[in-house]
Design a protein around this ligand. Sequence first.
Ligand SMILES: [Zn+2]
Length: 160
Amino acid sequence: MKFCPHCRADMVPAFIEGEERNACADLECGFVHYDNPVPVVAAIVERAGQVVLAHNVQWPEGIFSVITGFLERGEDPAEGVLREVEEELGLIGFDPALIGVYPFARMNQVIIAYHVKAAGEIKLNHELDAIKLVDLDKLQGWDFGTGLAVRDFVAKRNQP
Ligand SMILES: [Zn+2]
């Protein structure tokens, strides 16, 4: 951010509340760009004994992940995750169960991950171009981002 969105003055580095931040050079304006992490909802979608992983059109080939999306203003995360499942997969989800909350510093996000059950025919929206259906007992997580939620989901399922 080069210019202040409030008064158009230059933004300059400033040490504020223990952190180096970007702040408006006009002290009377006082705008600080905190750049706080953005919450993202993620859905591990279970359908007919399988988990639905999807490939985003912008990702390299062969990469599949769970369904994710940004919350709308004022939206309950548990409702937002069902909305994303419907928008992206065309499935009506139900029983969203919180898996956990995961930092994703590289993307400046905080991931709020749910297990969502769903039924019906999958109809991908424009953001997705392929899916991979993984049997529940073959599902494996990975060590960053939403993969940590998948790991916890798998570990919880395998508890006696
Ligand atoms: Zn300003």
